[in-house]
Ligand binder design. Structure first.
Ligand code: IVH
Length: 682
């Protein structure tokens, strides 16, 4: 490329970068859309393309980092320049007054004021900005060292990658840290859990766990999809920039950093108590989970004077709200049957206000828990919100047990279809085995098939398929494609009409273009979530080899363990499932991946099998799997005598090493594996 063209490219990249930064700032900080989403995406894609072509000109803080894509195999750790301390906790007003007295004594009668903030329940994060650019994000870790998770932090859309001081305002220091809390908004958390429930995956306990799990994901594109947010609550730097903490908060906000507007100054401890009472109930209206408030002495010189104990500052304290618990009557237990037949007891309660909502139902997990709590109908029970989200029964008020309280007899037959329930060994849930005839199971399978992450059929939502099922119009996914033959019946249904029917037919037609991996996910095979479906589709490329694969073969596919493999094989053996596949095929649904399969690179690893274990330095595990497969080798999950090599990374468990040694399976490292294929690497 000649010099002029190179200059053009650099200019173009710089221009697009600046423009996109500006548009992001307007959108996320000022709620202003200067261009359409389409125009924005177009510019972003153009920049992505240029950066891919000319990586030497890409800027580290490019707006393209927002969409993620960086894979970090192992997060490096780093020492904090200023240790990340914790706060002393109190649960009572009396404790708070004592804290105030200690502050008063420490300041020897000088005037002082507090800043009250909400205590956000997420993950503490330290961000470094150098020359106005976000340069690093480090987790709290043990307070002294944390994990460097910069590429994941960059995906947080409300977090500016570049800061600007407003005209006449406080300038942005050349090098400083801002600390705050990364959290998952409650709405996002609820969506995520609803999705996991649909897929039969374990639910996340609370938004804090969800946020911290998300930050540790290796693939920043997945992090971007989780829509995390950040609230700043302290400024740290060498030298003195502000007289007070409140001035620092205002400056952070003026530079474009997200600071929650909930903080207030309080002239005395009475003002602090008012703040506490003000937020006690209102906090549940916020998009973020909070578990208390934080009180800080406002004047930074006074903070210095008060100093620190070994663990926490003497100038601040956290007040924790009591865990919201309610006491109410247990009226009944109903039993819900899920997509995979799992039966879950749900408690029906006298309505009780709890953590911002009125609770009428609570989960009781399973039969074991009913026995452990010795629950009886009519009992007064205690309910709490686990992480203040999902209410659960935590205990029984035995002293209030009415004489006529009825012991709970767990059903032995499915509440929906009457089939005797089974409880597979090692599982907590009873299950209805009547997959083909049990209405709630069939219905939720249909709902799953049309859902957004699966076939995403426009004009055909959960409610409509449920209704069609009840009317006997459809029983399984393949029946949906026969609906166009029943047009007359459909247009005459109440609340449907010509227009919606037309839209639904179009949606059905379009669903025939949905790629195979999502169809596979949509089939609702137990344990086959989105990721597993993707892996299976990428490996086999079509449904037919999946239907004929053995458990061992399936278990050898990356990310597919023994339990999943067995579930898939069991599903494939079932004649009714095979018929369903054939009917979907006849309807024109995608049962194979289109597009080119990755070309084999060599046959150097023909006949060899590998187990990959631990964390690798140069490549991610997936990349290494690709190296093996594309050079003719096979990757499997378990160590046996027949295994050719165990490829050991960092942090491999000792049991694996021992097993390989006993079975005389050679153990090699990443470098040796790459050497085996030399120029055949990726
Ligand atoms: S100030 C010296 N302010 O609470 C301590 N912390 O134990 C400086 N937290 O994990 C912390 N909201 O992440 C402060 N408004 C707030 C906070 C807050 C939540 C978290 C923080 C830390 C824990 C402190």
């Amino acid at each position: 490329m000649d010099l002029f063209a190179s200059q053009d490219v650099q200019d173009k990249i710089r221009h697009l970068t600046a423009r996109l930064h500006h548009l992001n700032y307007q959108y996320y900080q000022n709620d202003v859309s200067e261009v359409s989403d389409q125009e924005f995406d177009h510019m972003l894609r153009e920049l992505q393309q240029l950066e891919k072509q000319y990586p030497e000109y890409a800027q580290p803080n490019s707006p393209t980092q927002r969409v993620g894509g960086t894979i970090t195999k192992q997060f490096p750790t780093q020492e904090h320049r200023f240790p990340m301390l914790s706060l002393a906790n109190t649960y009572s007003e009396a404790d708070l007054r004592e804290f105030d007295e200690r502050v008063q004594r420490g300041l020897e009668g000088a005037e002082y004021a507090y800043v009250c903030e909400l205590k956000f329940d997420g993950v503490a994060m330290s961000l470094r900005y150098e020359n106005g650019q976000l340069s690093q994000g480090v987790t709290r870790g043990d307070g002294t060292r944390g994990d460097v998770v910069t590429s994941n932090v960059r995906t947080i859309k409300t977090l500016p990658l570049a800061l600007h001081a407003p005209a006449g305002g406080a300038p942005v220091p050349a090098d400083f840290e801002v600390r705050g809390e990364i959290f998952m908004p409650l709405g996002v958390f609820n969506d995520l859990n609803a999705e996991r429930e649909q897929n039969g995956e374990a639910l996340l306990a609370n938004p804090r766990n969800a946020a911290s799990g998300t930050l540790k994901l290796q693939d920043s594109a997945q992090v971007a999809a989780r829509r995390l947010r950040f609230y700043a609550y302290s400024f740290l730097s060498t030298g003195r920039h502000f007289p007070t903490h409140s001035a620092a908060l205002e400056a952070l906000k003026s530079w474009g950093l997200p600071v929650s507007d909930t903080w207030r100054k309080a002239a005395s401890i009475e003002g602090v108590l008012e703040f506490i009472h003000h937020w006690e109930k209102r906090r549940f209206e916020l998009p973020v989970a909070t578990d208390g408030i934080v009180i800080k002495v406002d004047d930074l010189r006074q903070q210095e004077l008060l100093g620190y104990t070994a663990k926490s500052p003497r100038w601040a304290i956290a007040y924790k709200y009591p865990a919201e618990a309610g006491r109410t009557r247990l009226n009944d237990i109903i039993y819900q049957v899920g997509r995979t037949g799992a039966v879950t007891p749900v408690a029906l309660l006298d309505p009780v206000p709890l953590a911002g909502t009125v609770v009428k139902r609570a989960s009781v997990h399973n039969a074991n828990q009913i026995a452990a709590l010795d629950l009886r109908l009519g009992d007064m029970v205690f309910v709490e919100k686990g992480g203040e989200i999902i209410p659960k029964i935590t205990g029984v008020d035995r002293s209030a047990r009415p004489a006529d309280a009825v012991p709970i007899v767990y059903p032995t037959a499915c509440p929906a279809c009457g089939t005797p329930l089974v409880r597979p060994e090692g599982e907590a849930h009873f299950r209805c085995p009547n997959e083909r005839g049990c209405a709630p199971q069939l219905k939720s399978k249909l709902e799953h098939y049309v859902s957004r992450k699966a076939l995403n059929i426009d004009g055909l939502g959960a409610e409509t398929v449920g209704r069609f099922f009840d009317l006997g119009l459809v029983r399984d996914a393949a029946d949906l494609y026969d609906l166009p033959q029943r047009r007359e019946e459909l247009v005459n249904l109440e609340r449907l009409g010509e227009k919606s029917v037309q839209r639904m037919f179009l949606g059905l037609e379009q669903s025939k273009e949905v790629p195979f991996d999502r169809v596979l996910f949509g089939l609702g095979i137990r344990y086959v979530g989105e990721t597993v479906a993707e892996k299976l589709a990428a490996h086999y490329r079509s449904i037919d080899p999946i239907l004929s694969a053995s458990v061992d073969e399936l278990a050898a596919v990356p990310e597919v363990g023994g339990v999943i493999a067995e579930s898939v094989a069991l599903w494939a053996q079932d004649e009714a499932n095979r018929q369903l596949v054939e009917r979907l095929r006849a309807a024109g649904v995608q049962l194979q991946l289109t597009g080119e399969a990755p070309q084999p690179l060599s046959d150097r690893l023909n006949g060899l099998t590998f187990v990959l274990s631990g964390v690798f330095e140069q490549h991610s595990r997936e990349e290494l799997e690709q190296v093996i497969v594309r050079n003719g080798g096979k990757v499997t999950g378990s160590i046996s005598k027949k295994l050719s090599y165990l490829v050991a990374g960092d942090k491999m468990g000792p049991a694996k090493r021992e097993k390989a040694t006993t079975l005389k399976v050679p153990i090699i490292g990443e470098t040796e594996l790459l050497a085996m294929v030399s120029d055949g690497g990726l």
